[in-house]
Design a protein around this ligand. Structure first.
Ligand SMILES: [Zn+2]
Ligand SMILES: [Zn+2]
Length: 96
């Protein structure tokens, strides 16, 4: 009879609260902790300041998940353009 001991197969359980993940290798556990729990969020969204642990996650966010990705496209050209209503009066008075 085969004995399947889960603790023997996965001697590296994640010790974070509420997490039931177990890993065969210590390196797998460490990688899991880094990506899921530690959140070494080195990749920050330039639009909404959301941070991501992985570069591809950030890219997917900026392309398809960022709540401000449309705002930027609309507001950027307008803010660069000088507003026609900002100083009409002084010019008008000088022409008079
Ligand atoms: Zn975990
Ligand atoms: Zn964002």
């Amino acid at each position: 009879m085969e004995v399947h001991n889960p603790t023997r197969e996965y001697p590296n359980p994640c010790e974070y609260k509420g997490c039931t993940k177990k890993f065969v290798r210590k390196t797998c556990l460490l990688r899991h902790e880094q990506s899921v729990h530690v959140k070494s969020r080195n990749w920050q969204c330039p639009l909404c300041d959301a941070c991501f642990a992985r570069k591809d996650t950030l890219r997917r966010h900026t392309e398809d998940g960022c709540p401000k990705r449309f705002e930027l496209r609309h507001s950027a050209p307008a803010s660069n353009r000088p507003s026609p209503l900002s100083n009409p009066a002084p010019i008008f008075q000088r022409l008079m």
